[in-house]
Write a protein of this length. Sequence first.
Length: 212
Amino acid sequence: MWAEHIGADLPELANRIADELGWVALAIRFRGCGASTGDFSLGGWMDDVRAGVRALREQADTTRVWVCGFGTGGSVGLAAVADDDNVAGAAMVGSPADFDDWVTNHERLLAHAHQVGAIKTETFPEDLAGWRDQLGLVKAAHAAERLAPRPLFLLHGGDDDVVPQVDARLVAEAHGSAELRVVSGAGHLLRHDPRAMAILLGWFTRIDNQLS
């Protein structure tokens, strides 16, 4: 997938959340994706999540902030807010427990990021070792431990051939009280599965009502 298309459908989901739940919803296009400026790095993506959280807090009618991400975005989102006590909780959809394989194959990942347009600056990154190390710092299982006991929801496709189910189970176990739902017969792109999105929105509604 070309970087310009990554996350293109998220504003539609944000609108649905706003309409059905009556919430203020913000969809993030990470740096290097869509029309967003900048170049891909996991450290930069975590900064993007934190900036989004700050923007939501500036809304006068915002009482609680929840973070939800899909695939890589779910792991990055959790890692970005795990130590922020002002975030109520998080949800991860089809997300990996870590990016250790990316660390091992970081040069191939870098070439791919340039090829698909997630990195547009020819000389980026100037510090290759630092860029590589950021990949290894995003560990959803460790972040889940720090988020606890705040709510964490993990949603995974039963037939996901991109991220194994074991990743979701490792993150759930690390948290200790996370809810894990596996959607039978579903693949990796769960935000295109009506059943998965109904489950996700239902969880947000239920858990937010419990905190009210």
